[in-house]
Design a protein around this ligand. Structure first.
Ligand SMILES: C[S@@+](CC[C@H](N)C(=O)[O-])C[C@H]1O[C@@H](n2cnc3c(N)ncnc32)[C@H](O)[C@@H]1O
Length: 200
């Protein structure tokens, strides 16, 4: 999977689809959660930083975590005196960071992680008290979203009720789903939600 993202990194930002998803995800998050100037935020599966840089304009700091060094090099290349994101290549599910965050955001990375419960336990460990998660991903789909094939895709989107239960079991409350964007292709459409929740 990481090899594929490394290969895709240089062209990742071209085309409208990923830009539109990141834009709508950001708008959905910002309309539901107060992003404040004192906040330290983690972007899980940050990729080239399409979401991270939008968040970074609102808060004190953003760490972009990813397994693909080439994707993170794109973040490094975009960093400037005006806005920056700290790229870290680390599997935080096995090797947690020392830092705790006010919030964790993510766009289109959760379906690449096999064990969703362990992922939310990991998020819980990385959050300060009352910290939030705001995670964008696909509603349940038929496996046709990834037109290049499904290597490294562990979930064909998510059923809301099952995901809500997983998130609650991992120590979160106020789990809410918000419609963020719909990718439309020929005769199929792929809705994307943002799920928000608060660490107990
Ligand atoms: C579909 S891309 C989304 C990238 C970016 N969030 C965006 O919206 O453009 C998924 C990203 O998640 C990363 N990823 C997958 N599993 C991961 C893991 N366990 N830890 C960190 N990053 C992961 C991949 O390397 C890839 O960059």
């Amino acid at each position: 999977m990481t090899e594929r993202f490394n290969e895709a990194a240089a062209q990742w930002d071209s085309g409208d689809m990923r830009q539109n998803i990141a834009h709508s995800t950001f708008e959905t998050i910002a309309s539901r959660i107060a992003l404040l100037p004192h906040m330290d935020i983690l972007d899980f599966g940050a990729g080239t930083g399409l979401l991270s840089f939008k968040i970074a304009l609102q808060v004190k700091s953003v760490v972009g975590i990813d397994l693909s060094e080439k994707m993170l090099e794109q973040i490094e290349a975009k960093n400037s005196d005006t806005v920056s994101v700290t790229p870290i290549c680390q599997d935080i599910m096995n090797e947690p960071l020392d830092q705790k965050f006010h919030g964790i955001v993510s766009s289109m990375a959760m379906h690449h992680v096999k064990d969703t419960a362990t992922l939310f336990e990991t998020f819980h460990k990385h959050l300060k008290r009352d910290g939030f998660v705001a995670i964008a991903d696909l509603e349940a789909e038929d496996g046709s979203f990834h037109s290049h094939g499904n290597e490294g895709v562990y979930h064909f989107g998510f059923e809301r009720d099952a995901l809500r239960q997983t998130i609650e079991k991992c120590g979160f409350i106020s789990v809410r789903f918000h419609e963020a964007y719909t990718v439309v292709r020929e005769d199929k459409s792929y809705p994307i939600f943002v799920v928000t929740a608060i660490k107990v």
